[in-house]
Design a protein around this ligand. Sequence first.
Ligand code: NDP
Ligand code: MG
Length: 381
Amino acid sequence: MKRVAILGSTGSIGINTLKVIESHPDKFEVAALSSYSNTQLLESQVRKFKPSLVTVVDHAKSKEFKKNPGRRKLKLFSGPDGLEQIASSRAIDIVVIAISGACAIGPLLAAIKAGKHICLANKESLVVAGDIIIKKAKRFNASIIPIDSEHSAIFQCISNEKTSKINRIFLTGSGGALFSTPRKRFKSLKVRDVLKHPKWRMGKKITVDSATLMNKGLEIIEAQHLFKIGVDKIKVLIHPEAIIHSMVEFIDGAIIAQLGVTDMRVPIQYALTYPERENTALPMVDFAKVKSLNFSYPDFGKYPCLSLAIVAARLAGTYPAVLNAADEIAVKAFLDKKIDFLKIPKLIEKVLGTHHCVEKPSLGDIMQADRWAREETHRLC
Ligand code: NDP
Ligand code: MG
């Protein structure tokens, strides 16, 4: 039995991870759960899965949660420190990082230093501090298995091949909610239009990022770090059926692709069971029903966020941290109806344009750039 901690258990990835664990009660046990402030859902998860450790990050909500007399058997933490304590606890074998945003860096580094098996859904941490994270994982012998479907696919395609033998990586994406919406309609888009993703049910932040294609941009940087591959070898391909989750082309012209149903439980289960594979109750792909698989290159004019991410990836240093922080604030402002959709790339571009980059940043430099970019984007909002 592996004891699993799910950081961000009340989110889309967290809920799907619990479903996977529920389908393999002989393999996994839920040992820790966390939410930011959604104590209602956390409460029902605690009742059902009976973990021994729980964190509610928001202090006020955590106090309220503690008042329940049923809490006595639980070790209850609060604040970001609580996530780090769980991530490094001896009572945990596997840490699933399903928190959204760059705030996952702290618990991720704590899990790495404790040498855990880490199932990583969070992409912002790698975008912001990928060099540091990958180096530390090597040093502390921690394994990072990606959950992001494209990266899970690439990880499986590369398998035991040498990364020096890779010619290109094709990072596929369904095209997001606005794939068939002409750019001239972008100005009048409402939050609900942008949140209608055709293929995946995900948290709001990543759904907006999928509509701007910033998600693919962040995924390029994520892949760059996970697979130690130059940004110019990573090509984005729009593939609306979302059956091929990514492909790797090797120097001899052979291409290996990973295919499967469009359901995050597949890469979540693979990350949990790696290096083994286990049965699933999910349906299999029916190719006769899919009929055809389509591909096109992204329209960079329609999706300026993708170009901004590629530029930030090439410039490296503290630019990716600034790109990510500006995006987090701009997307939140859009979701809060404070700015319109077209303002998202404009704000990010402006903030990147005024940033003084640190070329080989320490974690402290990265955190400072992150703070500066958040304040600057807020100011511009
Ligand atoms: P959600 O918004 O659905 O869930 C986020 C989770 O993190 C919730 O449990 C939330 O708690 C918690 N959380 C939010 N802010 C904080 C914080 N500051 N500190 C601690 N916990 C926090 O996100 P998703 O599940 O969609 O995505 C999670 C991560 O996985 C993201 O990085 C995303 O890019 C990545 N990912 C997601 C995919 C998907 O299919 N959803 C696919 C591939 C990658 P609360 O509920 O209390 O707010
Ligand atoms: Mg993805």
